[in-house]
Design a protein around this ligand. Structure first.
Ligand code: RB5
Length: 146
């Protein structure tokens, strides 16, 4: 998958890593749509995750990245969108598997539980890894309740 556009959003729990991720992606010549938040002030993560999910779902961007303290609120919010498969990952291997096996289109990062280096390595792996299809295509096709 040739990644050209990525949407990113976080709450105050993920804000500390957002700029480093944007810098990394920009250096890869990827256009980044930044939906905030833009400070460490306390905010509500759904306000910053829904815009990312909407842009991924409507295919305005190729993939999304969301961050909050635990990664759970961000992932749960994103996964309310029918077309979203957000994977909560805390190692590079999990980020690869989320793409390979689950065709994840959003990476959720638990910023209070992984180092910035791990967060960046997960982003690098997530954007460089393709869905394997095959038996995984059948399983992903059975995820929807609609
Ligand atoms: C904010 O304190 C924290 O609750 C949030 O970042 C996230 O962990 C929620 O799931």
């Amino acid at each position: 998958m040739n990644i050209q556009k990525i949407a990113i959003g976080c709450d105050h729990g993920g804000f500390a890593y957002k700029d480093a991720i944007i810098e990394f992606l920009t250096n890869q010549n990827i256009e980044v749509y930044d939906f905030g938040t833009d400070s460490g002030d306390s905010v509500d993560y759904p306000d910053f995750v829904h815009p990312v999910a909407e842009h991924v779902e409507s295919e305005n961007v190729d993939l999304g990245i969301v961050l909050c303290g635990s990664g759970n609120g961000a992932a749960m919010t994103a996964n309310k969108h029918q077309g979203i498969r957000a994977g909560l990952c805390w190692t590079e291997e999990l980020a690869a598997l989320a793409r390979q096996h689950n065709n994840a289109n959003i990476l959720s990062i638990p910023a209070r539980f992984v180092s910035k280096e791990v967060a960046l390595s997960m982003v690098a792996t997530f954007i460089a890894t393709d869905f394997e299809g095959g038996r995984h295509e059948r399983r992903v096709g059975k995820m929807s309740c609609m």
